[in-house]
Write a protein that binds this ligand. Structure first.
Ligand code: HEC
Length: 118
């Protein structure tokens, strides 16, 4: 009788281990959470300009000359697309995070567009 109970425990433990294996996030997923990776997009300058006009010029100026926020006319000279993507997604100081306002692809597109401004 005891043998059956023991093997019951054994199977329960195995089942739990298998479930954990599939539900616990892998190492790569954890790394992704900490540092969002920029989705690959083909630059669409017209769309990027429209997003920036709608979301950014109130602080960065209608010619990106700066205002409340720093000028972005040569943002690409000291920031990579990934850095801009992270900054715009998460926000910085009084700059709001845009990860809930804009689609990831939209932020990536804007980041690439700004990174070309050198
Ligand atoms: C509420 C005002 C505000 C809005 C809206 C805003 N920003 Fe900013 N932004 C700032 C401020 C302030 C900083 C400086 C943050 C700091 O360094 O503390 C900044 C910094 C930046 C930087 C870094 C500039 C550098 O030279 O280091 C980038 C790039 C940027 N913003 C892009 C954007 C984009 C793209 C948008 C629109 C999607 C946007 N911002 C919308 C206020 C704003």
């Amino acid at each position: 009788m005891q043998k059956y109970i023991m093997s019951g425990f054994f199977f329960a433990a195995c089942a739990l281990a298998i479930i954990l294996m599939f539900t616990l996030p892998g190492k790569s997923e954890v790394a992704k959470e900490a540092k969002p990776s920029m989705p690959e997009v083909v630059l669409d300058a017209t769309a990027a300009e429209a997003s920036v006009k709608a979301n950014c010029i109130s602080c960065h100026g209608d010619q990106l000359q700066g205002g409340v926020g720093p000028g972005l006319q040569n943002a690409g000279s000291h920031l990579t697309p990934e850095q801009i993507y992270n900054l715009v997604s998460k926000g910085k100081g009084i700059m709001p995070a845009f990860k809930d306002t804009l689609a990831e692809e939209e932020v990536a597109n804007v980041a690439q567009w700004l990174a070309q401004k050198k």
